[in-house]
Design a binder for this molecule. Sequence first.
Ligand code: ADP
Length: 251
Amino acid sequence: RQAREAQAQRLESLGQLAGGVAHDFNNLLGVIINYAGFVRDELEDRPELANDVEQIREAAQRGAALTRQLLIFGRREVTAPEVLDLRDVVHGVETLLRRALGEHITMRIELGDDVPTVRADRGQMEQVLFNLAVNARDAMPGGGTLTISTHRTVDDHGAELVVLSVADTGAGMTPQVLERAMEPFFTTKPEGAGTGLGLATVYGIATHHEGRVRLESELGAGTAVHVELPALGAAATSQPPSDDARPGSRG
Ligand code: ADP
């Protein structure tokens, strides 16, 4: 339990740092993207130069996509919460996920009958599913089974939770990797293959929604990621976090 608290604190301060840096970086990248766009538009008669400027604009846009992930981790991204049945969210991305997984992976979906609704941002929930599915796929290069499930549970204090779980039968993690897996930029994937922002983003989204993430993993057996969100009703008094909500500001 102490280790978990230390980890939560480390993620919390990393979140503040990353969120601050990402915010300033995002503004700078916005300036680059805009001016590169202006210059490109003025270079109609110089197609090679226009193409070079377009490369600059696209690179800055990729950078902006990365900083957005960091903003989510640092919980500075705006959310548009609505009342959601997570089972609908899963159904909505099912086809896309199947395509992303490829044919050698079997996808199973197990949605409980009595799953309460949650108050959440649909796009961010979709991103959670997508990030977790991509990790699961990467952990099962030789094929395997990915199981997406939802169920209702109750926490230590009796509060009702909705759990969204993504489990794979892949490579699993060593205790050392498991310990650091949610840190931004932590990756064991080869250069270019991973950003180290997948689980950090999932963590940011879960905490943004007053929820949490639990990782279970066994080397050689597989991994399960459980995203736990307050069930609607149980969390009725909590306000959706505002745009500039900082980590730690809500306890
Ligand atoms: P990335 O996927 O870009 O490396 P993540 O933050 O999503 O970044 O994951 C960090 C690391 O955690 C991965 O590099 C990998 O070592 C480990 N990991 C994440 N998900 C899984 C999984 N489902 N199975 C095994 N290892 C995983």
